[in-house]
Design a protein around this ligand. Structure first.
Ligand SMILES: [Mn+2]
Length: 252
């Protein structure tokens, strides 16, 4: 795999921002303020990557008509650097109209970038939770183009109710499962590192922020997991020297 984007220490503004699992919704309006604080930092960044589950639900780009969603799109539109998006398991129906409204660009999952010399694979993370067989089966169905086209023909209200129903159901199913089955499986993480030749994975989804070390075919690798925004909004700021977590709440 070839890196899609390349960031070098000698060029640009010297920082790249990452966040995921913002789970923005009108019920959680402080998330929008946190997003605006993140966007305010883009003047000193070369790029902002949002790695999926930007929204709590997204049932089609007609969700842009909702005033809160429109405000989110406007906030992203104000960014002073390129904004790259990835689909999550809640907002995989984000489409071209959302890209046009935000001037952000959707990326394939996974995407390889060169981050100051470290080949880094970006992904939402759900594809690595391979022990959750029921979810993977659901994912394979809902990611099909024809299934999505059919779904998008339904009235907006129906799609919203369906999203609420699937969310309730997955919460009920999750509570019956051991937590380990809902996490990334080491085998899937190693396979992706091997396949792409990268030495770092960077993803969200599991809501278990961490930096894991692993060895793949004798290569020292790492897996960085971003935090969700259910408590306080955060982002990871990566520079040629290292990485730091930015807190985006009003008090910080
Ligand atoms: Mn997710």
């Amino acid at each position: 795999m070839r890196p899609l984007h390349r960031y070098e220490a000698a060029h640009g503004r010297g920082a790249v921002l990452f966040a995921s699992d913002l789970h923005l919704s009108p019920q959680h309006p402080q998330g929008l303020d946190e997003l605006r604080r993140l966007v305010a930092r883009t003047g000193a960044a070369d790029a902002l990557y949002l790695l999926g589950d930007i929204f709590e639900y997204w049932v089609g780009d007609d969700d842009l008509l909702e005033p809160f969603h429109e405000a989110v799109a406007e906030a992203l539109h104000d960014a002073a650097c390129p904004v790259w998006l990835m689909h999550g398991n809640r907002d995989f129906l984000l489409g071209h109209a959302f890209e046009a409204a935000t001037h952000a660009t959707l990326l394939p999952d996974p995407t390889l970038i060169d981050l100051y010399g470290t080949p880094t694979v970006l992904l939402h993370g759900d594809a690595l939770c391979t022990d959750d067989v029921g979810y993977q089966r659901f994912r394979a169905v809902v990611r099909r183009g024809w299934v999505q086209r059919l779904f998008l023909r339904l009235p907006h209200g129906w799609r919203r109710r369906f999203a609420g129903y699937t969310r309730q159901r997955s919460r009920a199913l999750q509570s019956q499962q051991p937590m380990t089955r809902l996490d990334v499986t080491p085998h899937a993480a190693e396979a992706l590192l091997r396949e792409t030749g990268a030495t770092r994975l960077l993803h969200g989804h599991t809501h278990r922020p961490a930096r894991h070390s692993l060895t793949v075919d004798g290569r020292d690798c790492e897996r960085w997991v971003l935090a969700d925004w259910y408590g306080v909004g955060t982002a990871l700021r990566v520079t040629p020297e290292g990485a730091e977590t930015l807190r985006l709440s009003a008090e910080d």
